[in-house]
Design a protein. Structure first.
Length: 293
């Protein structure tokens, strides 16, 4: 990409490069912002193949499949490579033309793809089959030596996930669970939600405790609660009592300043012989006073 930008004046090349960097940084987390930067780069250097490719992926991420396909086709003409063939076929799917995607899956260009590209093409073809309601054919399409391999590649998790999802679509739940588990083993970067799908099949329900606590929390600034029924009546009585107390503040203060009267302890007859065992069983029970003289 740097080599392609060297064909531009230095200042212009730097401006284009900055926009391409922002496209790469934002493509996953904020596709719309990435799309905006790609349009700026495209306006500055539309004859650079890397710019057309970046613009194509930004359009693809924002589901502007027609724009994306046009950019990818232009990039392919400029470079002469077939690396973008799978994503071009997926754009056909996005535009509602799965038949065209299947035609591209059987084109001679597929044989020129590397192994990763061929796996991507297989994923696109299986998706096109499912778009056409051919779920069983989608399962067969994904069955390959790459799927059976125990080696883990960057595309392994996605391939296993797609196969598990296809099995689930034809009601082969036990096999789908097995392949979702295999997808979890290969998904070291979290590129799929295979773990969540596996948990759903196992009947595991996740509860967000923080949301429950937020529901029970008191809203700041809302200290008033409207009482109803008997509570409202009690509150009115309490208000009247408060008003009466406010009318006689001095009397209340005088009453508060009075010393508390000593509490007389009841006399306990320790010679109670009526039922001594009862006192031992419950030492907090006052002995009976009904003793015989």
């Amino acid at each position: 990409m740097r080599q392609e930008l060297m064909s531009l004046p230095k200042t212009l090349a730097e401006d284009v490069a900055r926009n391409l960097v922002m496209v790469a940084r934002l493509l996953d987390e904020d596709p719309d912002a990435a799309y905006g930067y790609s349009r700026v780069a495209l306006r500055l250097a539309s004859r650079v193949a890397a710019v057309r490719e970046a613009a194509g992926f930004a359009s693809y991420a924002t589901e502007r499949y027609s724009e994306a396909l046009a950019e990818f086709r232009t990039c392919r003409r400029m470079t002469g490579t077939v690396d973008l063939w799978p994503v071009m076929a997926d754009c056909e799917r996005g535009m509602g033309r799965p038949e065209r995607a299947l035609e591209m899956a059987g084109a001679p260009e597929v044989h020129k793809l590397d192994r990763a590209g061929q796996v991507e093409m297989r994923l696109v073809a299986a998706g096109a089959r499912r778009d056409m309601g051919q779920n069983e054919a989608a399962v067969v399409t994904l069955q390959s030596s790459e799927l059976a391999s125990n080696a883990v590649h960057p595309w392994t998790a996605r391939l296993r996930y797609a196969y598990a999802d296809a099995l689930l679509a034809v009601d082969r739940e036990d096999e789908a669970r097995e392949w979702f588990a295999k997808a979890v083993e290969a998904d070291h970067t979290g590129s799929t939600d295979a773990s969540d799908r596996l948990a759903q099949l196992d009947g595991v329900a996740f509860v967000d405790v923080l949301d429950d606590e937020d529901d029970d929390a008191v809203v700041p600034g809302d200290d008033t609660v409207e009482p109803s029924g008997a509570d409202a009546e009690h509150e009115d009585e309490d208000d009247e009592d408060d008003e009466d107390e406010d009318d006689e503040p001095e009397a209340k203060a005088t009453a508060d300043e009075r010393p508390a009267a000593p509490v007389e302890e009841p006399e306990v007859d320790l010679t109670d012989e009526a039922d001594p065992s009862a006192f031992l069983e419950n030492p907090f029970k006052e002995p009976s006073r009904d003793t015989e003289d």
